[in-house]
Ligand binder design. Sequence first.
Ligand SMILES: Cc1cc2nc3c(=O)[nH]c(=O)nc-3n(C[C@H](O)[C@H](O)[C@H](O)COP(=O)(O)OP(=O)(O)OC[C@H]3O[C@@H](n4cnc5c(N)ncnc54)[C@H](O)[C@@H]3O)c2cc1C
Length: 395
Amino acid sequence: MWKEQKEFDCIVVGGGPAGSTFARVAAEGGLSVLLLEKDRDIGVPVRCGEAVSDAGLRIFHEPDPRWIASTINRIRLIAPNETVVEFDLQQKGYILDRRIFDYDLAEYASSAGAQIVTKAYVDDIIIENDRVVGVKGTHVGERFEKRAKIVVGADGVESRVGRWAGLKTTVKLKNMECGFQKTVTGIDVDEHMFEFYLSKKWAPGGYLWVFPKGKNKANIGVAISGYYAKDGKSAQKFLDEFLAWKYPKASVLTTVVGGIPIDKTVKQMVMDGLMLVGDAAHTVNPVTGGGIVPGMRSGLLAAETAVKALHNGGPARKNLAAYEKEWHKIGGKNHERFYRIKETIFRFTDDDLNRIADGISAVPTDDRSLLKLFSIAVRKKPSLLFDVIRVFAGL
Ligand SMILES: Cc1cc2nc3c(=O)[nH]c(=O)nc-3n(C[C@H](O)[C@H](O)[C@H](O)COP(=O)(O)OP(=O)(O)OC[C@H]3O[C@@H](n4cnc5c(N)ncnc54)[C@H](O)[C@@H]3O)c2cc1C
């Protein structure tokens, strides 16, 4: 049916969590929506550690047990000198199975009325009179052109939609983490524990994670910044050295590599006929590198704005700007604080991290929390204080 239809209210480029959320909410709001995904399957390949918080997920959906590979309630931080600090997460987290999760999000969008097309590679946008009015691409060897009142760039970290439209979406080298992850099996892990290794030797300008998927399987990955890893050692090499040291008998089921934009959100998220959501707009939390929930949040907010705009007034920038304003006001405020916290944390030396770990080790186990950890970190770097207080107070 999409082949015959020439024009849609919205065309979404990319079927990740941000694009599918936009498509669902826009279709629920009565808009005609076409979602184009270049890959053969929605949700595959999975380029993600798959960690989310229960609270984040619940903004959108009651967590479905089919999505959840592990439920997490504790966190373990390993300092450069291998001091281990463990504490209660004080909220639930999950390691998802994103193949199922992303698939379901697209299915919800389809049930709401959006048309989803896979193997549809968008390679350009159509601009007329300085307004984005459609996309061009290839579907299974056949060229297509479709028009839309609003084109939504939900095309992830390698997004080109915004760039084609002339928006500034370049990520500075120091804010682009290189992520390299293997899903491994044949190991023993605590299935309810997030593990993070923090050290320049394991992950300069980032961290190394062990996210369990059951008792004998885990996503083990490293994200490093090209800026801090000055000697040119690759993320893959950091990960392989860790695996050889910690889990020499692990079997590798999957290997993924991908960029994580731990940047400020792009200043301009909309223009006439165009909106950017998710990684394409740099909505990833700069401290954690988590982009699933922020991406869905931006998709939701953008779609609510699009519905209002198309029901009263049309797709001019002035009508779409409410999304950009709202994101920068609510999500964006904390986002910028997270960005500043990240900037400070990544400058910690291994000695700083060891001292913080020693400090928190002295705190009785029951008394430990993420806030306590930050309060010890703040003693090392008092300028962190204001941002940490505001983030935890939700200001
Ligand atoms: C190694 C690694 C680990 C991570 N771990 C976590 C984690 O544990 N928790 C977390 O919350 N986040 C994590 N992230 C980040 C998270 O994966 C992303 O932030 C999230 O997937 C962003 O969602 P999105 O919908 O914006 O983009 P994506 O999920 O990237 O979806 C974009 C979609 O657009 C499609 N597309 C791109 N170009 C085109 C085109 N031209 N035409 C048609 N389709 C196109 C792509 O195929 C893709 O399906 C991790 C990232 C990496 C790389």
